[in-house]
Design a protein around this ligand. Structure first.
Ligand code: GSH
Length: 236
């Protein structure tokens, strides 16, 4: 099976959550929009090329005859197929629940730099962004990270079940993304999340994932993605 991932070519963004599962599992995949002519293929899909589904927005995935979208669903689908998901019903549902909560967190990260409108650039909504980011730093980062830490404390060394799953990879990504975007705010909070930091470090050292993170395939964080660093949104 050769998977086709469709996502914006210049950013990690939400597509990265899917890339991490594919890379950690050593799956064969094409990052379609990063290939020559790939943007046109992605646009065609967004205009209705696939009979199975009209995706609203990237990321979306084609796996043979199957097409699906929504980051949490894509990672769960891939995790279950590629041996990176719990096998029992409660475990599968717990994993999906955590993945969807991480998707909520990612949405809130996005809204710190785009609080008013998705279409308008950050520079034109800076005042609202400052207010939104302050509330995010003060209340939401501690609440979300505290919850991720408690989930780990309850379960052990991984987020769900006994083995590393796609949820651990997504947890890694959201932690490193937040550390890039909000280093000062994160410094305050991660003193109280030792298990989360240990998980981050263990995931980064996984052989296939570590090789991916060190490769050119891993797009560096930048100011077009979801996790952006603006000094004024993360004062010391
Ligand atoms: N809930 C969706 C959100 C998808 C989404 O917002 N994708 C962004 C890129 S990260 C996009 O291209 N949005 C275009 C739009 O919303 O018009 C998910 O988690 O995958």
């Amino acid at each position: 099976m050769k998977y086709e991932l469709y996502y914006w070519p210049g950013i990690q963004g939400r597509g990265e959550f899917a890339r991490l599962v594919l890379e950690d599992a050593g799956a064969e995949y094409v990052d379609v929009a990063r290939e020559p002519g790939g943007m046109k293929k992605m646009e065609a899909a967004l205009e209705g090329e696939f009979k199975q589904l009209l995706p609203f927005a990237p990321p979306f995935l084609r796996a043979g005859d199957v097409v699906l979208a929504q980051t949490a669903l894509i990672t769960s689908f891939l995790g279950e197929r590629l041996g990176l998901a719990p096998k029992d019903e409660q475990g599968k549902l717990a994993a999906m629940t955590i993945a969807m909560t991480i998707a909520d967190l990612v949405g809130e990260v996005h809204d710190t730099h785009h609080p008013t409108s998705v279409e308008v650039r950050y520079e034109d909504q800076k005042a609202a962004a400052k207010e939104r980011a302050a509330a995010f730093r003060e209340n939401r980062i501690p609440k979300f990270l505290g919850w991720l830490e408690s989930t780990l404390e309850r379960n052990g060394d991984v987020m769900v079940g006994e083995n590393v799953s796609y949820v651990d990879l997504s947890t890694f990504q959201v932690v490193v993304g937040l550390e890039y975007a909000f280093p000062h705010a994160m410094n305050k909070v991660t003193k109280d999340t030792p298990k989360l930091l240990a998980l981050r470090d263990r995931i980064a050292k996984r052989p296939k994932l570590g090789a991916y993170l060190a490769s050119k395939r891993r797009i560096p964080f930048n100011q077009q993605g979801i996790f952006r660093h603006y000094k004024e949104l993360d004062p010391a």
